[in-house]
Design a protein around this ligand. Structure first.
Ligand code: HEC
Length: 54
């Protein structure tokens, strides 16, 4: 592998790690501001509290 390819791989991994840390697995936190009505519908549904994340 040449240096450019290795650098690209490292940067890609870093970006993904930073994204995962900055946006933890908290779907409703983000979606409350981006798509609030979707979150409201989900909270009203039977899936809320039983299926999926927070
Ligand atoms: C950093 C913010 C953020 C996080 C965290 C996030 N999302 Fe999203 N999500 C978005 C945005 C922005 C869109 C595009 C909204 C649109 O369609 O206008 C989207 C779209 C979606 C859609 C498609 C909605 C549609 O109307 O087609 C689904 C389903 C979805 N997200 C589920 C999830 C789930 C499940 C999680 C958690 C594992 C999650 N999201 C975490 C920002 C986020």
């Amino acid at each position: 592998m040449d240096a450019v390819l290795i650098q690209t791989l490292i940067s890609t991994v870093l970006v993904i790690v930073v994204a995962v840390i900055a946006y933890p697995d908290n779907c409703s936190n983000c979606h409350s501001s981006v798509t609030p009505n979707v979150v409201t519908d989900w909270r009203l549904s039977k899936h809320y509290g039983t299926v999926g994340a927070r």
